[in-house]
Ligand binder design. Sequence first.
Ligand SMILES: [Zn+2]
Length: 282
Amino acid sequence: MRIHRGGPAVAGLALCLGVLAACGGSSGDGSAKGDGAAPPTVGGTTPQSAAGEDPAEPEAVDGSSLRGKVIVLDPGHNGGNASHPSEINKQVQIGNGSKACDTSGTSTNAGYDEHAFTWDVSNRLARLLRAKGAKVTLTRKNDTSVGPCITERAAIGNRLGADAALSIHADGASASGHGFHIIEPIAVKGHNAKAVPASLKLGKALRDAYHSGTGVPYSNYLGENALDRRSDLGGLNLSTVPKVFIECGNMRNAGDAAKLSSAPFRQRIADSLAKGFASYFS
Ligand SMILES: [Zn+2]
């Protein structure tokens, strides 16, 4: 679970192979695009109210555009994945090849697991969006079971005809990598092609909101201005509705890990992403 994409493929371990996980995006490709934004003070953040109101940010989107919108949130991985390698490593079709059903994700050095992070952020975000009248569905019901497979994570949004979908992750890149990035789809004929233009719009809205709301800088190791595009993620390839992934930070980087491990900071993440959705629908 601590081996990132591109690491050795050790049979029997539920590796984070970047399948759907995208939790090991580190490839050291040198595409540094750090924007120099000052990192926020973790301990100094103030928990936001449950209704998502933030008087400190008067420019905030009011959220009225969220009313009635169908939004699917996909908390990456699951707490039971690591102990069920045979189920998780089962191959599924992702439109342009096959991948493992799911992966177990990464963790911080202190042992805070990515699946717990994604579950927590997704629930915080769901509460904010529902408070603004959105209809929110999560792709899993708890943080203790297995899967679902990446195919089902995409199918849930498709069946609901979701207005937008977001898969939430944190990365497991090399320790020197820091910052966040959005992963946008590349058209896979016969699958996600019609949803790609709207997905790109969604990606930019969430990037801008996350950046301004959390102060987390653009990734210094992947993407360009925090936007990456991939065709190897089943969750994107198979989505017929607008969908992107976010890698909220790098759990293997000490600075990012401190932020991601902070509950007040996770609330700030959720508040920022809620504003990103509101902006997208405005
Ligand atoms: Zn992940």
